[in-house]
Write a protein of this length. Structure first.
Length: 552
């Protein structure tokens, strides 16, 4: 009797599966996954035997017509069968001495409730007998491992054709799915992002709306390296107009931290320490809330750093700005000017020329500005500061490749300071642990004093990696605030309409502690305050000097 009951239950389950309805988003999300999986796993597709974009465009109208799970599965089964027989080569031996990092790896969607058992088995068979060789659509950068595109169409979608738009989004989604090393750290599951993005893609009507969809999609990977640069579609480009200073968001306000155009700032009485509370009648808090889905950052500190730059740029000549001075609010309509990037950069270059690359402070303390010191300056720096009781290395900037020379000076022996996870192109979605990087050598003449590193949200990528190398000396104290949380080489993807990128390899401490999103954690946390900026103080530097003198 039990066997008969079980038999009827199985029959009823199959009937229910065959009749169950499936909506458009479910169908398209599942198709995206199958298409991307076959692109990198199927021996003939990954070898470039088909025009895989066209195959997608051909199958999508058929999928649109099907209404039930059974019909949908049959379409995908037939699609896979049409690609030809796959030679059985399983089991594929794991390379010797290879340790996998599998927090990103998940092909459990093979058993999607939308798929028939036959379709699930076909997908699993392809995984077990996957392509082994040089991928047609993707390559790994030599000696590093971050990926780049090849043989990939970079054409803009036809914005009147939803399938053409979906093709672009499917391609981007699968790049992240298989080759982004930190997928497992996203706040929102990448599958959920796909499901939420598909209706937005279909609803977009033109290049501008589609570009916003891409920005929303890429913002969800939570990686400070990630940007979306949209190329102008019109020959007429409206130049940017700029506020004459840089700023920092503190306590939901913008505080002016650096004057970028002296005469323009003087004309509007803009000074360091001035506080902005509104731009064009919107509070800074409102602007922060409205833009989260358009800017990608590993943490909130870096999000605010990215956003403030955009707040101080306008396409309009006139901008309403509300200031808070001495407890009183005042609104003024300012004229912002096109002292464009080259002018701004020239100003910054001039400012850097005035700054000292390294110097001797009071009480026998050395200071090094890592943003401007270059390799050729290192011997002079070592000679000048080797007998100091402490050196402060300021990495609230982007260093110029001086990490190795300075680490050799700080370390008494060779020490590993970082290890990496690298995409495995023979098993897409899986990553392997790399050998890592060491600094220092057996050096009895190494620096004997205290080593202090200053960090903040502008410390990103190579800057964070540099800080890690200095920490390897074992006598480094990190002072400041949360860094950008995006380290390692980037993978860059360039298309006719836009350009985007993401962190291409995973960067960890030798004990496998994570750095992504977390950043380099300060030993002593210090954040700038509005009051400190207004009083002309560098509160982070002041705390470093106190630590050097007191050890606390």
């Amino acid at each position: 009797m039990k066997k008969i009951t079980l038999f009827f239950l199985l029959v009823l389950t199959q009937i229910a599966f065959g009749q169950a309805k499936i909506n458009e988003t479910e169908k398209l999300a599942a198709t995206c996954k199958v298409w991307g999986f076959l692109k990198y796993y199927h021996p003939k597709v990954a070898n470039g035997d088909f025009n895989w974009d066209q195959k997608l465009l051909d199958i999508l109208p058929k999928i649109e017509k099907e209404q039930t799970q059974k019909e949908f599965s049959l379409i995908l089964e037939d699609w896979i069968d049409s690609l030809g027989t796959i030679k059985e080569i399983a089991p594929i031996a794991q390379p010797k001495d290879t340790e996998y990092f599998d927090k990103n790896f998940d092909l459990s969607w093979f058993n999607n409730k939308l798929f028939s058992k036959k379709l699930s088995k076909k997908l699993k068979f392809i995984e077990d007998n996957r392509f082994q060789g040089e991928q047609f659509y993707i390559y790994a950068a030599e000696s590093v491992g971050n990926v780049g595109l090849k043989n990939e169409s970079n054409d803009n979608p036809d914005f009147t054709d939803k399938n053409s738009k979906l093709r672009m989004i499917f391609m981007l989604w699968n790049l992240v799915e298989y080759y982004f090393p930190y997928k497992y750290q996203m706040d929102q599951k990448w599958d959920t992002t796909l499901e939420k993005t598909i209706p937005l893609v279909i609803a977009s009507k033109n290049s501008a709306e589609f570009s916003l969809v891409i920005r929303k999609l890429m913002s969800k990977i939570d990686d400070s390296h990630t940007e979306v640069y949209v190329y102008p579609t019109s020959a007429v480009v409206v130049p940017n107009k700029y506020f004459p200073a840089d700023g920092k968001i503190i306590d939901d306000k913008i505080v002016v931290t650096e004057i970028l155009g002296d005469s323009l700032a003087q004309a509007d009485d803009i000074k360091i320490g001035d506080v902005i509370t509104k731009v064009n009648d919107k509070t800074i808090k409102e602007i922060i809330a409205e833009n989260r889905e358009f800017y990608c950052a590993s943490n909130n500190s870096k999000y605010l750093d990215k956003l403030v730059g955009q707040m101080l740029v306008s396409k309009s000549d006139t901008v309403k700005v509300e200031f808070l001075k001495e407890g009183k609010y005042s609104t003024r309509t300012m004229t912002w000017f096109d002292y464009h990037d080259s002018h701004r950069n020239e100003f910054k270059k001039g400012a850097k020329k005035k700054k000292e690359r390294f110097k001797l402070l009071e009480n026998n303390i050395g200071y090094v500005d890592m943003g401007i010191i270059t390799e050729k300056n290192i011997p002079d720096m070592i000679e000048a500061l080797k007998d100091t009781k402490a050196i402060v290395f300021d990495i609230r900037n982007y260093p110029k490749g001086t990490c190795r020379e300075i680490s050799n000076f700080l370390n008494s022996q060779e020490r590993k300071f970082a290890i990496y996870t690298i995409p495995d192109l023979n098993y897409p979605g899986r990553f392997t642990w790399g050998n890592g990087t060491s600094s220092g050598f057996d050096n009895k003449d190494n620096y004997k004093g205290k080593v202090i590193v200053l960090l903040n949200e502008k410390t990103q990528s190579h800057a964070e990696w540099t800080a890690m190398s200095f920490q390897a000396s074992g006598k480094t104290t990190v002072i400041g605030s949360q860094t950008s949380g995006a380290d390692g080489n980037v993978s860059v993807f360039d298309f006719k309409g836009f350009r985007t990128l993401f962190s291409g390899i995973g960067v960890f401490y030798p004990d496998k502690r994570e750095t992504q999103r977390i950043g380099i954690v300060p030993d002593i946390e210090v954040k700038q305050t509005i009051k400190g900026i207004q009083e002309g103080k560098d509160e982070v530097m002041d705390r470093a000097l106190l630590f050097i003198e007191t050890g606390k």
